[in-house]
Design a protein around this ligand. Structure first.
Ligand code: M6R
Length: 615
């Protein structure tokens, strides 16, 4: 939540900050702001409610010079989206400006103490407290900005990534992190700071990922210093090479990132599978598993933790691992895991799934699982993000940057990696016959072309979507492997179109939701030719008998359901355990086109953010 960006160098900071904020806008977009080191030692601060484009309009014709600056795009946690709650926050004396991503949990007692020392607060935010606290320490005298920041952070509980600049000091930028991400880009005579690497791409490929409790002191013309809050310093900076291109961050001719990402799936699945199945299609090679063979062999069960779409992938993973890997699996919402007295120990493997690798609930679950002695395995997309750096091992899904807030290509990548994981476990544990590994592995290798074929449904789905632009409620039904697909289809629709949608196991419908069915209530039923096909066929009949409208996702040639349903979307056949990957594609398209018909901003739906770094 919230994106921060900073620049110190020889160029104009404003352009770098605005460009960076546009790339970080997926993290929050209810207000934005920048602070720049102005002429004559003044801080220039511009803040606006709304998107980065609103901030740009505000700064038109204004002085945006300066070679040092910080910027912020906000996803509100403390206080409504407004100009006064927008960052940067300037301290009472006016001597510093600060941007923050995270949550200061003890901001109330700190604010009370500062009030007693004569401080006034202009916003409802937790962040302003931190700005005033640093100010207070500086005003007492005897401390430099880095020292004051460290002293203030020593009193703070919670999560933060911050960037701080001081009036009259155009050569210094101080940044720090704890439980919120921060990347530093090291260029030639210039340094970039951001919540993720996307604002840095195109300027430099040399990056340093700040660790928890580290403070980086960036001085013009001096080497970067990384210190720890307890007074130590990093022995080696560990600069890494960034493998991300500007082209990967652009829309590539599509009207939205979401549509681009849906259509990218044949190539993202190719990348996801690359090198993970032997060329004869007979064996799966996942080094994250085989390098830790003993831990997986002695595992008594697997517990998967995740949120949102990643949790839906986890539910599919449960079936995959239980069926192919032969291990019992439990799936928990990461946000509930911590508070459910988890009975986790050394014999357990905890799998954390997260596209961003930064979701606060999932990260906290990972940390707890480690404390309890479990072996923790991550399935993430963003390379170098917090979760992969906190796990013992893992597998990246390698689907490239996902910018649209609604997850699409990451979901299919996650399920693909879970299928590989299940096969790999089946191989090393000897629970799966070689021919079964080969059958599924070969179908996985064919997935890119299968998805290519499925995407040809797009014009049909676009046409169909027009029937439902004004629907108020939707039911999504599926069984077995496709119950989670139904949940995912419903989530896609509600988050981008704002139409209420519920996912249900198809057989549960008769225990309640059936009361909702009438001619105004469309049911999207996922019914491939799998082991539960005939049962789902009965559910289709039950909906039709009550006057409901049925959109069925079926395999080509399924005349039985075709003759009953109002609309069908025909997908290619794959082994049952891979059907969610294929069936989710028309559901992504349906949600997309309905949302577009309604004029929604599909890439940035209201109230949502791509990366949820608050609890
Ligand atoms: O980055 P993560 O996979 O950890 O994110 C988890 C959820 O916040 C995310 O899947 C969310 O539900 C998406 N908006 C779904 O499209």
């Amino acid at each position: 939540m919230c994106g921060i960006v900073g620049y110190l160098g020889g160029g104009k900071a404003y352009g770098v900050l605005i460009g960076g904020l546009h790339r970080l806008e997926y993290r929050g977009y209810d207000s934005a702001g920048v602070a720049l080191e102005g002429r004559g030692g003044k801080l220039k601060v511009y803040r606006s409610r709304g998107k980065v484009a609103d901030l740009e309009r505000l700064t038109e014709g204004k002085d945006t010079s300066g070679c040092l600056g910080i910027g912020h795009t906000r996803w509100a946690t403390h206080g409504e989206p407004s100009e006064r709650n927008a960052h940067p926050h300037v301290s009472q004396s006016g001597r510093l400006a600060l941007v923050h991503n995270g949550t200061i949990e003890n901001y109330r007692p700190l604010r009370e103490t500062l009030r007693q020392c004569g401080y006034h607060f202009n916003s409802e935010t937790d962040t302003e407290v931190l700005a005033q606290l640093v100010d207070y320490i500086l005003e007492r005298g005897g401390r430099s900005l880095p020292e004051a920041v460290k002293e203030a952070l020593g009193q703070v509980e919670g999560a933060y990534a911050i960037a701080v600049m001081e009036r009259g000091n155009p050569d210094l930028l101080v940044v720090a992190r704890k439980s919120s991400p921060l990347v530093i880009g090291v260029g030639e005579g210039e340094t970039f700071v951001a919540s993720d690497a996307t604002p840095i791409v195109g300027y430099t490929d040399r990056v340093l990922y700040l660790k928890d409790n580290e403070v980086a002191v960036i001085r013009r013309g001096k080497p970067l210093e990384v210190q720890t809050l307890d007074g130590g310093s990093r022995p080696s900076l560990d600069i890494q090479t960034l493998r991300l291109s500007v082209a990967q961050l652009e829309k590539g001719g599509f009207p939205t990132f979401m549509l681009k990402e849906i259509f990218e799936q044949p190539s993202t699945l190719t990348d996801c599978l690359r090198g993970r199945i032997t060329s004869d299609g007979k064996r799966v090679v996942l080094s994250g598993v085989t390098d830790n063979r003993e831990r997986f062999l002695r595992a008594r069960r697997i517990v998967i933790v995740a949120c949102g779409t990643s949790w839906h992938a986890a539910l599919i993973g449960k079936r995959l691992i239980q069926q192919l890997g032969g291990l019992p699996v439990e799936v928990e919402y990461a946000s509930e895991f911590r508070y459910g007295c988890p009975r986790i120990g050394e014999e357990d493997v905890v799998v954390a799934i997260s596209q961003s690798g930064e979701t606060a609930d999932t990260l906290a679950a990972v940390q707890l699982a480690r404390e309890l002695g479990a072996f923790v395995y991550g399935i993430c997309n963003v390379v170098g993000s917090s979760i992969p750096r906190s796990t013992h091992s893992g597998t990246y899904i390698h689907v490239g940057p996902e910018i649209g807030v609604a997850s699409t290509k990451a979901f299919t990548g996650q399920v693909t990696v879970l299928a590989l994981l299940a096969l790999c476990l089946g191989q090393i544990r000897g629970t799966l016959a070689e021919e079964d590994v080969e059958r599924v592995a070969k179908a996985l290798l064919r997935l890119p072309e299968t998805i290519e074929e499925t995407l040809r449904l797009a014009p049909e789905v676009e046409q169909l979507s027009k029937t439902f632009t004004f629907a108020h409620n939707f039911l999504y039904l599926g069984r077995g492997y496709n119950y989670p697909t139904a949940l995912e289809g419903a989530l896609k629709l509600k988050e981008i179109s704002y139409i209420h949608a519920e996912g249900y196991p198809a057989a549960e419908m008769k225990h309640g939701p059936i009361a909702l069915i009438d001619h105004e209530m469309p049911s999207v039923i996922i019914a491939p030719n799998d082991s539960l096909h005939d049962k789902v066929l009965s559910n289709v009949q039950q909906v039709k008998a009550r006057g409901g409208i049925v959109v069925a996702v079926i395999n080509k040639g399924d005349e039985a359901i075709k003759s009953l349903a109002d609309f069908v979307l025909e997908i290619p056949a794959v082994p049952e355990c891979l059907t969610p990957i294929v069936a989710s594609v028309p559901l992504q398209l349906l949600a997309y086109y309905i949302a577009v018909n309604k004029g929604r901003n599909v890439d940035r739906p209201r109230n949502l953010a791509k990366s949820v770094t608050v609890e």
